[in-house]
Design a protein around this ligand. Structure first.
Ligand SMILES: *Cc1c(COP(=O)(O)O)cnc(C)c1O
Length: 192
């Protein structure tokens, strides 16, 4: 059966492992989790989303599924992930052109945590929600806190090439139960 005690248990175990009172929704793929995160955060047609340039294409593809445009941010040399300086420059550039970005997709590529202090602070300062693509970073920590618990929403992947695998699968990690319920609703054909 697709859903039931095993999937519920898997979600519970993941939430417990991640800590920080997160809610976990098991999904068909990490890509599906990113797609749902963007929908739940209200990203729409013609919006812009800031995305790490050095990553797997699946970090950016779902931005186009909702009709939005990825704006790619270059890396810094220390972690190879999104550069906070380039991020803030891009935000200021887009705002000056009347186009405030609707979300930030940061990636912990190869399981290496991005500069989360700086990036979270920029997300808060400009009130642009942070989505953490932790597809490759299950078990990574940043200053003792698990990757996948910093963003407004985060995603994990259990594809065959990831840290642990279900052959194919993913999860959306969210701060509120409401966000999880919405993700589960939309991922099960939105049946009422
Ligand atoms: C694997 C991966 C994804 C997508 O996960 P799938 O479960 O394959 O859809 C997204 N982002 C990154 C960085 C990945 O490595």
């Amino acid at each position: 059966a697709p859903l039931g005690p095993n999937v519920d248990g898997f979600e519970k175990d993941l939430a417990q492992f991640l800590g920080e009172n997160v809610n976990v929704a098991a999904l068909s793929a990490g890509t599906a989790a990113l797609h749902l995160a963007l929908i739940i955060l209200g990203v729409k047609q013609d919006d812009e989303v800031l995305c790490q340039s050095f990553t797997f294409s699946a970090s950016a593809n779902p931005i186009t599924y909702v009709g939005a445009k990825p704006v790619f941010i270059d890396s810094e040399p220390e972690t190879w992930n999104m550069c906070p300086v380039a991020l803030e420059n891009a935000i200021n550039d887009r705002i000056s052109k009347g186009k405030k970005p609707r979300a930030i997709v940061v990636v912990h590529l190869y399981g290496m945590p991005a500069k989360l202090d700086e990036i979270s602070q920029i997300s808060k300062k400009y009130e642009i929600p942070l989505i953490e693509d932790a597809a490759e970073a299950l078990g990574s920590t940043y200053k003792g806190q698990k990757c996948g618990t910093f963003g407004e929403m985060s995603i994990l992947s259990f594809n065959g090439n990831k840290i642990i695998t279900t052959s194919g699968g993913g999860a959306l990690v969210s701060k509120t139960n409401e966000q999880k319920d919405k993700a589960v609703f939309l991922s099960t054909q939105a049946r009422d």
